[in-house]
Write a protein that binds this ligand. Sequence first.
Ligand code: GDP
Length: 473
Amino acid sequence: APIDGIASAPLAKAAPRLNLLEAYRQREEGKPRLNLIVIGHVDAGKSTLMGHVLYLLGQVPERILQKYERDATRSGKSSFHFAWVLDATEEERSRGVTIDIATSHFETPHRIFTLLDAPGHRDFIPNMISGTAQADAAVLVVDATPGGFEAGFGDHGQTKEHALLARGLGVQQLVVAVNKLDTADWAEGRFADVRDQTAAFLVQAGFRADHLTFVPCSGLRGINLATRPDPATEASALTAWYDGPCLVEVLDGLSAPERLVDAPFRLSVTDFFRGSLTGGPTAGVAASGTTVTATGRIASGAVQVGSQLELVPGHEKGLVKALELDGETSAWAAAGDTVMLTVQGIDLTQYSIGSVLCPLQQPIPTTTTFIAQVVVFEVQVPVTQGFPVILHYQSRNEPAYISRLVAQLDKRTGEVTKKKPRHLPKSSAAKVEITTQRPICLDTFERSKTFGRVTLRKGGETIAAGIVLRLVP
Ligand code: GDP
């Protein structure tokens, strides 16, 4: 394909070549960033909890909260105003209104968090798949209300499915907010009961017990969220038996993810438009269609103005003309950053959501067959060889089928319990071979946590989720 303007592009020569590794190290001496996802059964109190945390951490101006409080009271849902912090913003965001509440970020003394998905969504699973594939940690909210916990934890509840999905997608650190404990008069026995049942399930699902933390709290009352409970208040019943950390302290202590900054550059495109950053979407170059601004999160490596890239699939080549990070122009960006990149030389028609920008000569692999380790969910029929599925990876999906059942595994240890099983029952773990109709961009989980996670769905239900072990040539 012709690469107009690349060879003679003045920027390619003029741009200073930065030592990106050095620049990155200097910047990261500050606080590590973590991507956090909030999961749990509908009505467990996810929105209320996170909205309240954002408020307590100063992310929501008082006057905005007062407005939500008034609106909520007027609509007869007075307890909902913290949830509105998240939901209302979602709506405003979808209308493209500029917002002055930073609901997608919050900061603790030692960490900066990006909330991957506002938890207000009803149909959560599809969002969760794309969100969880990026998560470094998850907050699982469980409703400790008598009956509420049981509803969320039962066969039709979402607690288990969300937790399995998070684990299947490689999330290792899980904070369990034992929420609404105010409704159980802060009874230690209730907390212990919910904790023990949940822990037993999570360990069986493959989480390491020492990677789980249980925090008793009330999202609505704001108790044990950003500060430890005050014995002089209604929370005295809690302080009588609990002297552990509050939720924000636990979040602050999560392990920071390893950013693969010296691995090859990978940016999965989540959005794109014709034109350049500086000139806006309808800049003069638009007619040619080869100046495109792409948005996405850098999964690994680093990039700078003047870098040459190729877009996979298609392998067309382009040059980075401008870069924007956190709303400001920047000379470079690295793993973990969400950026806007203006790239010249690749036609708009080559882009699609989920295309991957890579360095020249170091493209992400494409494949049609790979081996994955998966957890099977509450499936109606057993999974057999030839089982057709929709394969979700990154923000894309593709028709596929399970071409081979390699082995059934012990859910906890991952050891083979049965070779070449005839079928996979529900709630099992397995190694399977998956085949797609068309080549897709994928990598092993070992090399890329971002490109190495997959989810299998069928008929609107999640069948299994897992990580890519090996690409079959
Ligand atoms: P989500 O669907 O998980 O996001 O749940 P919401 O945040 O929308 O909350 C569901 C309902 O539970 C709302 O009526 C909340 O007011 C209520 N709720 C949330 N947190 C608490 C809590 O800590 N204590 C009590 N008593 N109610 C709560």
